[in-house]
Design a protein. Structure first.
Length: 176
């Protein structure tokens, strides 16, 4: 396993131009590069499909110049952190790094907050060596009814992810 690598690194524009099949093939290929024995089972593949669908829907809500700003941002899927853990998605803007963790649930669970806090802490440590961007986290409950809770770690339903991202970025992003 290579530290600080990811299963798929692209721009949001690249993601928007992909179909689900291409995305899934890229994720499986990335997993095979990083693991001696690919570990994704049915549950992991369903999570990747959920993630893809939510992100396509989220960024599809932006149009024109707003969308152009989002399309240029770097996005990583399943980046392997120095501690071996893998957040689902990391988005990089000029001033902010956003960790997205997708959960196929309708109810909140305290353990997920701890999980995302640990990702944020690890990324803050690596950012301290680099550009010193702020690092924030969002948990997306893909089966939750419309909700958005602003806290140290934001929690939202899939349909409110665009609001969470706009809140974190204070509007529209600047390219990293």
């Amino acid at each position: 396993m290579n530290k600080n690598e990811c299963y798929l690194g692209a721009t949001i524009g690249d993601l928007l131009d992909m179909d689900r099949g291409s995305f899934m093939r890229a994720m499986r290929a990335g997993e095979a590069r990083q693991q001696q024995h690919p570990i994704s089972g049915t549950s992991q593949r369903k999570s990747w499909r959920d993630c893809f669908k939510v992100l396509k829907n989220t960024f599809g809500k932006f149009k024109g110049p707003e969308l152009a700003q989002w399309r240029e941002l770097k996005i990583e899927f399943e980046r392997i952190l120095p501690n071996g853990r893998r957040p689902d998605v990391i988005i990089y803007s000029k001033r902010l790094v956003v960790v997205l963790e997708f959960k196929r649930m309708s109810n909140e669970f305290e353990g997920f907050l701890k999980q995302v806090r640990s990702y944020v802490k690890s990324l803050r440590a690596s950012e301290a060596e680099g550009m010193k961007r702020k690092v924030k986290g969002v948990i997306i409950y893909t089966e939750m009814e419309s909700a958005h809770d602003i806290g140290r770690i934001q929690k939202c339903s899939a349909d409110k992810l665009h609001e969470a991202l706009l809140h974190l970025l204070g509007g529209f992003p600047e390219k990293a």
